[in-house]
Design a protein around this ligand. Structure first.
Ligand SMILES: [Zn+2]
Length: 164
């Protein structure tokens, strides 16, 4: 009997937690958890500052359509800045063609992004955002090229490119 119970709970507990998870998805923390006081803007202030498309990406963790950004094919030398606060996030020499339709990088500029886990698609993904204004940039995956093996999959609308 005890053995039966423990076996049953062994199976049931993971099933229950998965069900609970599906029925009541984890709250995704707003990317707008602001990290620098100077960038602690209200929703209204952000809306005035950003285009509706960039607002949706940066402040509501939206994702742009694949292959929709001009920056996807940007190959010039330069710096990619946060479209929210202009903090430099990526150097062009860490950009690579991932074939995914989003600008992709194997390494951010040190200290410029922070990560958290999100469950928007049920499967946990690592979200990353600008360390200064908290604006959502994209997700990071472990299938990138050397030397880091990381793929920072970024929304073009969350970036501003300035060529050298
Ligand atoms: Zn920023």
């Amino acid at each position: 009997m005890n053995q039966f119970l423990s076996r049953r709970s062994f199976i049931l507990i993971p099933i229950m937690s998965i069900l609970k998870f599906i029925l009541k998805p984890y709250k995704v923390f707003a990317s707008s958890e602001t990290l620098d006081e100077d960038w602690n803007l209200s929703k209204k202030e952000w809306k005035n500052k950003l285009s509706p498309e960039s607002y949706y990406i940066l402040r509501e963790e939206g994702t742009e359509r694949a292959f929709s950004s001009k920056l996807n094919n940007e190959k010039r030398k330069g710096i990619f800045y946060c479209a929210g606060c202009n903090q430099p996030l990526f150097k062009s020499d860490t950009k690579f063609d991932s074939g995914t339709g989003w600008p992709s990088f194997w390494e951010p500029i040190k200290g410029s992004v922070e990560t958290k886990v999100d469950f928007k698609l049920i499967v946990p993904r690592t979200e990353y955002h600008c360390s200064r204004c908290g604006g959502h940039q994209g997700h990071v995956f472990n299938d990138g090229p050397l030397p880091t093996g990381k793929r920072y999959c970024n929304n073009g609308l969350a970036l501003r490119f300035v060529p050298d």
